[in-house]
Design a protein around this ligand. Structure first.
Ligand SMILES: Cc1cc2nc3c(=O)[nH]c(=O)nc-3n(C[C@H](O)[C@H](O)[C@H](O)COP(=O)(O)O)c2cc1C
Length: 202
């Protein structure tokens, strides 16, 4: 697949077929992910692939909790909240055969001083985000859909995800990526602002 085809063909997919993904295919996604740049060459990321029914079900509940908190935080009216619940619990929004939870280990760092705590964390999260983008583009090539879930980072929910992943406290959640075969042909969302609008040449 041409790079442009993958870049322009990627869009957030939130509805998936009830079809499992072979382990080799899931591993191909991670192989693409780890070719991303990583600050100071640390590679302090950890990819936890949820694919068994029980942990998948528990993670789904945490995503649902996060989405509810998100909508409460933006004061979504009650009827819209009900619609979201219908989409999730009856139509299966975000229900995927696999989820990749991406963490970074805060204990593995290059600059050791406390004054660098924040910068090291940012660099690690940025590195994880680049890995996630690689994973998402590879997914397009493999006919898979993905969406970045950030709402699992609400306080308390992130801890639950970490515990579910069986990781110690030094692991910080960068994001959760549902992965599956799209239920409908993905239609990329248009951008509101052009490249010219957001660019300045000096
Ligand atoms: C850091 C980050 C967090 C996101 N969190 C969520 C989320 O929690 N739930 C969700 O449905 N989409 C989430 N998204 C997806 C965005 O809503 C989506 O990328 C955006 O609307 C642009 O659409 P596109 O991905 O189809 O181009 C997130 C995206 C990013 C980059």
């Amino acid at each position: 697949m041409e790079l442009d085809e993958a870049i322009n063909g990627r869009t957030s997919v939130r509805y998936f077929k009830d079809e499992s993904i072979p382990r080799d295919t899931l591993l191909e996604l991670i192989k693409a992910a780890i070719w991303a740049p990583t600050a100071s060459g640390l590679e302090n990321w950890r990819f936890i692939v949820f694919e068994s029914p029980e942990p998948v079900g528990k993670l789904y509940e945490l995503i649902a909790e996060g989405m509810m908190e998100y909508y409460r935080a933006v004061n979504l009216p009650a009827d819209k909240m009900e619609k979201l619940k219908t989409r999730m619990y009856e139509e299966g929004m975000y229900r995927a055969p696999a989820y990749v939870a991406v963490f970074i280990d805060r204990n593995v760092r290059f600059l050791k001083g406390r004054e660098y705590d924040e910068l090291e964390l940012l660099w690690s999260i940025e590195s994880a985000a680049m890995a996630i983008q690689n994973l998402m583009l590879k997914a397009v090539e493999l006919g898979l859909g993905t969406v970045y879930i950030g709402v699992t980072n609400f306080r308390g929910i992130d801890e639950e995800v970490r515990k579910l992943a069986g990781l110690k406290e030094s692991y910080y959640l960068a994001g959760v990526i549902p992965v599956g075969y799209p239920r409908a042909d993905p239609t990329p969302r248009k951008r509101r602002r052009s490249a010219e609008d957001v660019t300045e040449f000096l």
